[in-house]
Design a binder for this molecule. Structure first.
Ligand code: NZQ
Ligand code: ZN
Length: 382
């Protein structure tokens, strides 16, 4: 196990009817800006609960944050914050709204030129506005991590950032608000969380981090068991609660303590989303089986362990059978796993690998996934 430091300051408020708790968490006298998306919160009652909880506060609203949030939209929010003298941000929506809010919180305090540098050059975030959130889509783990992913429409770039300054002060996780999710988004969330665990578990690591491996498998077992149930029995509160909590733990930093991390699937997936607008999770469902196949030598021990612990696979060809089991799990959720399912093919392979070559990125836990390897991976997934 490698050395590590772990500090996660986020206060989690979990359970039924917890939105009203925000009134106790937001400092009295704050000038609050609700950030939200395209309107789902107005339809599912979250907006009404939020507004009720904000009685007594001066608050404003910035709506219209897109899925795969746009830098251009975030910068409009920064202008609004300066105009109104906002002092506290409240993200109400899915991971896109929360990622945008994290970036907005940092961009509003950025004193080193164009805040895009935070993403394009990894320019350090030195300060950020305080913010909390009501997360309405279990998927990203953004509610308990300090990262985010922002898209610049003008250059078709989707880049990630992270900083100790961009943890939420609090996150409200009310499983009841997820009942209104369309099946597509339920499935996306399960796949995204599943792949988050794979990025931190399915590596060259020889399994000398027993607790992290067991914890990772516990999260995956929960996703594999409850994911299909959330689709077949959508109003089951306990299923939603288990899924919500598992998605948070898939990317709150805990299972990555002291172990190597891959993230190649995400880095390749982000380019496909940036170029073609395919849902984040669906790009992962395409790419992961390809990464597992091409990198199976260095990942063999952990693929075999995954097959045994999660899918009960023993005997011959465990690696191939486990990769197939992962693909089948995604397909069973209704998430297609080949480029051709999304009308993509050689052009997408060319465009994606060319961009990674231009950036000279070496991906994966051993930094040995080059743009040529990416071409091989994606060709397997046509
Ligand atoms: O915009 P609204 O109207 O709110 O509708 C949203 C959106 O259309 C809808 N939705 C959200 N909660 C709902 C709901 N509809 C009904 N009922 C609810 N309770 O769902 C749609 C998708 O929402 P979005 O926020 O885009 O989805 P998700 O939470 O999966 O976030 C995806 C974004 O997170 C980034 C991805 O790259 C992508 O941009 N990620 C963030 C990470 C992080 N911060 O750690 C890591 C991840 O790997 C990921 O990259
Ligand atoms: Zn993800």
């Amino acid at each position: 196990m490698n050395n590590f430091t772990y500090a996660n300051p986020v206060k989690i408020i979990f359970g039924k009817d917890t939105i009203k708790e925000i009134a106790k968490e937001i400092p009295q006298g704050s000038k609050v800006l609700i950030t939200c998306g395209g309107g789902s919160i107005r339809k599912n009652g979250v907006y009404a609960q939020t507004v009720k909880a904000l009685e007594g506060f001066e608050w404003y609203e910035f709506a219209g944050i897109e899925p795969n949030p746009h830098y251009e939209t975030c910068m409009k929010a920064v202008e609004f914050i300066r105009e109104k003298g906002i002092t506290f941000l409240l993200s109400v929506g899915g991971g896109s709204v929360l990622d945008a809010t994290k970036f907005i919180a940092a961009a509003a305090c950025f004193e080193d030129g164009d805040p895009w540098k935070i993403l394009s050059e990894g320019s350090g975030i030195k300060k950020a506005m305080p913010f909390g959130d009501i997360i309405t889509l279990p998927a990203t783990g953004s509610e308990m991590n300090n990262g985010g992913v922002i898209t610049r429409v003008s250059t078709e770039e989707k880049l990630s950032f992270a900083s100790p300054c961009t943890y939420p002060v609090f996150s409200v996780l009310d499983p009841e608000v997820t009942f209104s999710l369309p099946p597509r988004q339920v499935a996306n969330g399960v796949v995204d969380a599943f792949v988050h665990v794979m990025e931190q578990y399915l590596t060259c690591n020889e399994g000398n981090s027993l607790l992290q491996d067991n914890m990772a498998e516990a999260i995956v077992k929960t996703l594999v068991k409850e994911g299909p149930k959330a689709l077949s029995d959508p109003n089951n509160y306990d299923v939603r609660a288990n899924l919500m909590w598992a998605s948070t733990w898939a990317l709150n930093g805990w299972i990555s303590c002291g172990v190597p991390e891959d993230w190649a699937t995400h880095m390749i997936g982000h380019e496909i989303t940036a170029f073609y607008g395919i849902d984040h999770a669906r790009t992962l469902a395409i790419v992961l089986p390809g990464v597992m196949t091409v990198m199976k030598e260095q990942k063999s021990k952990k693929i075999i362990r995954l097959g045994h612990e999660i899918f009960g696979i023993q005997g011959d060809d465990v690696i191939e059978k486990t990769i197939k089991a992962v693909e089948n799990f995604f397909e069973k959720l209704g998430v297609k796993t080949h480029l051709s399912d999304y009308n993509l093919g050689d052009e997408a392979i060319e465009k994606t690998s060319k961009r990674l070559a231009e950036r000279n990125w070496k991906l994966g836990e051993c930094r040995n996934i080059t743009s040529d390897t990416v071409k091989t991976i994606l060709t397997l997934r046509k």
